[in-house]
Ligand binder design. Structure first.
Ligand code: PMP
Length: 533
């Protein structure tokens, strides 16, 4: 083989590995070329399809190359490596090579492509170069460019409390504006309840600003204990442990219970904190197709002979899709294959079940899940995360979950607000009823207009768009008209699954809901990005 061929082959291989790394979140070392993609690496068919779609865009293929029969990374490299690689594709994945004069690993520097506009956040994750800040330098002008085009509007500041409407400083318009608020997780409006705010104020006076320590050494107050008891009772479980956040609850529980011998079997749409917890634990990761019980069973079958423990994990309500985990089947499969089950109820607590206790209550299966995680920062209107389960398991976590042992606890006044929130939740179930009446109203209206709300059955209603740039343009137009909702692109969702994510609140009036639908229809008609009736 001539030298140029060797160089170009290396380049293709590096690119394909980079794409697989980005989609699978595996490190370079874990991507053993001969490992089976599904069985050994937990890269399922959906993810392989997404990877293939990306590679089909990059290589000059006469017709889309399928991944049928591709079982290993080597086979994937072999299949696509036959085709020419577009320089633009290379630049998109390794933009720094456009400005470097040489790169030992690749052929030569390439020029800035015409499709700079198609760069996304994904294009600025590590490039293996010696300067860790090289990607930062490439990202800075990209961020400036996107912001000046009005395509990025992350982190705009609210002026005061946010309910069904919020006054936010619109950085693009350069002024404060009142928005219809459909991007908040304040589902039950407890964040604005005067009783909750009063409890926080009273406790801050009594306990001070904070206690500056971890729960094991100086950071426990009577209010923390009361909060844990209240959460355990809400969920109908023995005991509860409160973490500094929902993110750290997942990372803490997974890394405490799992080790390199064990396997995490995870829905492909699970929250990032679950994936990060599994990575930190060093456990093997297996992925099943979204809410697909046949796929889950296949993964369990393949893992049946493994020596270590197995943990099935899923969001109760999927945070970007709004559908509900198929809990009864998951419980059955967990028993059948001797696996434990963890459900992350971040968006289910306060929303699902007549009493708002979450996914298990929704299915009449309270107490039947090994571990339930929740966040205190959404419907319950505070800050922190929690895990409920059997007392012995919770006691174990108090000593082995580093995110609990080595991190300061939530302040006592935050615990006080949460205790009041839970009391209100229990005394005023009509808040949940109103929330559901709003959810049904808005979902039906959107569906009638022809918007694709997927399988949503919660307060999270997606408007599926697909293409990332279309979604950004749509999101910008919607925001300009005063509707504040989330535009979700990679890595919040897989590439090709970009969407608007609309959160319904108890505090929304019918007028708010109607106005939101009108804005969405107007934008769809004007931009012609989505077909509506
Ligand atoms: N799990 C899920 C499913 C979530 O949606 C979130 C928050 N987006 C978390 C965990 C993390 O919760 P917190 O914001 O309290 O850290």
């Amino acid at each position: 083989m001539v030298e140029a061929d060797v160089g170009s082959r290396k380049k293709k291989e590096r690119l394909i590995r980079e794409v697989v790394k980005t989609f699978s979140k595996y490190s370079e070392d874990e991507l053993i070329p001969s490992a089976l993609l599904q069985e050994d690496l937990g890269i399922d068919s959906i993810m392989i399809a997404a990877i293939a779609a990306e590679l089909n865009k990059m290589f000059t293929v006469p017709q889309p190359v399928t991944t049928q029969g591709v079982e290993t990374l080597n086979m994937l490299i072999e299949k696509f490596g036959k085709y020419e690689l577009g320089e633009e594709a290379w630049y998109r994945w390794f933009p720094s090579s456009a400005v470097r004069q040489s790169d030992n690993d690749v052929d030569s520097a390439v020029t800035v492509p015409a499709d700079y506009d198609r760069l996304t956040i994904r294009d600025f994750v590590g490039d293996g170069g010696a300067d860790l800040f090289a990607k930062v330098e490439r990202f800075a002008p990209f961020l400036k460019d996107r912001t000046s085009q009005g395509l990025f509007w992350y982190g705009m500041a609210a002026k005061d409390r946010s309910a069904n409407r919020a006054v936010i400083f619109d950085e693009h318009a350069g002024q404060e504006r009142e928005f219809l608020m459909f991007a908040s997780n304040n589902y039950l409006d407890l964040a604005n309840d005067p009783r909750v705010i009063q409890a926080i104020g009273d406790a801050a006076k009594k306990f001070g600003a904070t206690h500056t320590g971890s729960r094991l050494i100086g950071g426990t107050s009577a209010l923390h204990k009361e909060l844990e008891a209240k959460l355990a009772a809400l969920k109908g479980r023995d005991d509860c442990i409160v973490f500094p956040s929902g993110y750290s609850a997942n990372v803490g529980v997974l890394s405490a219970l799992l080790g390199p011998n064990d396997v995490v079997i995870s829905d492909v749409y699970n929250h990032m904190s679950i994936q990060d917890g599994a990575k930190l634990a060093g456990a093997a990761r297996r992925i099943y197709s979204h809410n697909d019980m046949d796929s889950l069973e296949q993964v369990l079958q393949r893992a049946a002979d493994r020596p270590g423990g197995k943990l099935i994990v899923a969001d109760g309500v999927f945070s970007m899709h709004g559908d509900i985990a198929k809990l009864p089947d998951m419980i059955r499969l967990a028993k059948q294959y001797n696996a434990r089950l963890l459900i992350d109820d971040a968006h289910a607590t306060g929303v699902l079940g007549e009493r708002g206790s979450g996914t298990a209550e929704h299915f009449g299966l309270k107490g039947a899940v090994d571990l339930e995680v929740g966040t205190l920062s959404k419907a319950l209107a505070g800050m922190g995360g929690f895990v409920v389960g059997n007392r012995d398991v919770i006691d174990y976590l108090r000593f082995y979950a580093n995110a609990y042992v080595f991190a300061a606890a939530i302040p006592a006044h935050v615990a006080a607000g949460l205790i009041t929130s839970i009391e209100i939740l229990q005394q005023e179930p009509e808040r949940i009823e109103k929330l559901w009446s709003n959810i049904r109203y808005l979902r039906t209206a959107l569906q009638q207009q022809g918007f694709d709300t997927e399988q949503s059955d919660s307060a999270i209603i997606p408007v599926a768009i697909g293409d990332e740039q279309k979604a950004m343009t749509f999101g910008r137009a919607v925001r300009r008209r005063g509707l504040f909702c989330q535009t979700v692109v990679f890595p919040g969702v897989a590439v090709g699954e970009a969407r608007l994510r609309i959160s319904v609140l108890t505090s929304h009036t019918r007028e708010d809901l109607d106005q939101a639908v009108d804005i969405l229809i107007e934008v769809a008609c004007e931009t012609r990005l989505l077909e509506v009736n």
